[in-house]
Design a binder for this molecule. Structure first.
Ligand SMILES: NC(=O)c1ccc[n+]([C@@H]2O[C@H](COP(=O)([O-])OP(=O)(O)OC[C@H]3O[C@@H](n4cnc5c(N)ncnc54)[C@H](OP(=O)(O)O)[C@@H]3O)[C@@H](O)[C@H]2O)c1
Length: 299
């Protein structure tokens, strides 16, 4: 990572709200910079730096948890009622703090269906799914909160422990073909490192409130699946057409196939100068494969 004339330092205290797949990766990475990190999850766990926050049953931590916090990253999706769980529980308290930065993980679903065209931050969101309408509403709530918020729109997130290799091993993979359908994706390490890059260079880069984090090469799902089968030395099952497969897909799984877009990362990678670690699914999946190999060898 270049430019260490950084606005990040060991005095920074991060609160990661919603420490799931991405939150955990971010926490691990930012700790390597010497920052203090507290994380939330919906149920109690053994991590001494974790606390419980669950907006659905009103389990809210005491306000002291925010003492000394300089940075917040929210990885929590909209609540069932469509409101943002963090703002619904803490907005006025957050506004009373001297926060340097708030990050909000959103989704590129807010762009809706572009029928395979490229879409960037300057395009007007046109959400198609109900959940994407909720998401856009949450984005607006964050922007209107007046907090120093930066929104990251993410496509399909994968990484070690959550990739097509895992789907093949768990026998949950579905080999579906749909003409001209592509998906954008991003390796979890690039989400963490892109955000850290922006924080490190906060004082020298022009501030953009909404930024896509996606890799360079949107492509069909089947291309990715075929690549994984090849690496594993296995034969990919015969593809099923989307029309045939959809009868057996859950409504949520079906909904992902109803949108087709290529998400541009030009703002992040050209204008702002972030260099992707994994430019495409091949590089990213290689990392996932090596990681799982490391784990199985270790066990
Ligand atoms: N997965 C994708 O491919 C994808 C793509 C685009 C955007 N996104 C969005 O990006 C963000 C991070 O994604 P992810 O896949 O890393 O998410 P994830 O693994 O599902 O983690 C979500 C976190 O939010 C917490 N959470 C959920 N509902 C909550 C509530 N009502 N109150 C308090 N905490 C709550 C969960 O708690 P527990 O730890 O207790 O489960 C978990 O820690 C999410 O907003 C997600 O919707 C995801």
């Amino acid at each position: 990572m270049n430019n260490f004339a950084s606005s990040l330092n060991i005095k920074n205290k991060f609160l990661i709200l919603g420490c799931g797949f991405t939150g955990k990766f971010f926490a691990k990475t930012i700790r390597q910079f010497g920052c203090t990190v507290l994380t939330s999850s919906r149920s109690k766990n053994k991590d001494p730096n974790s606390f419980v926050f669950n907006s659905e049953n009103n389990t809210v931590p005491s306000r002291e948890i925010f003492d000394g916090v300089t940075h917040i990253l929210s990885c929590i999706p909209p609540g069932r009622n469509g409101n943002d769980p963090v703002l619904a529980s803490f907005k006025s308290h957050l506004k009373s703090l001297s926060l340097e930065w708030v990050g909000y993980l959103s989704t590129t679903g807010v762009y809706g269906n572009t029928k395979g065209d490229w879409v960037s931050e300057i395009n007007q969101p046109k959400p198609f799914q109900k959940r994407s309408h909720k998401r856009l509403k949450c984005e607006k709530e964050w922007i209107e909160s007046g907090l120093p918020v930066q929104i990251f729109r993410l496509p399909g997130i994968y990484g070690p422990g959550r990739s097509t290799f895992d789907a093949i091993r768990n026998q949950t993979v579905r080999v579906i073909s749909k003409k001209d359908q592509v998906f954008s994706r991003i390796h979890v390490a690039d989400i963490a490192h892109a955000i850290i890059y922006l924080l490190q260079n906060k004082n020298s880069l022009k501030f953009h409130q909404i930024i896509n984090i996606a890799d360079d090469e949107p492509c069909s799902q089947i291309e990715v699946i075929q690549y994984c089968y090849n690496i594993m030395g296995l034969k990919m099952p015969k593809p099923i057409s989307f029309e045939d497969a959809k009868k057996e897909l859950s409504p949520i799984a079906q909904s992902f196939w109803m949108e087709n877009r290529r998400v541009s990362n030009k703002l992040l990678c050209e204008t702002l100068g972030y260099q992707l670690i994994y430019k495409n699914y091949k590089q990213g999946l290689e990392n996932c494969f090596l990681d799982s190999y490391k784990i199985s060898n270790f066990l």
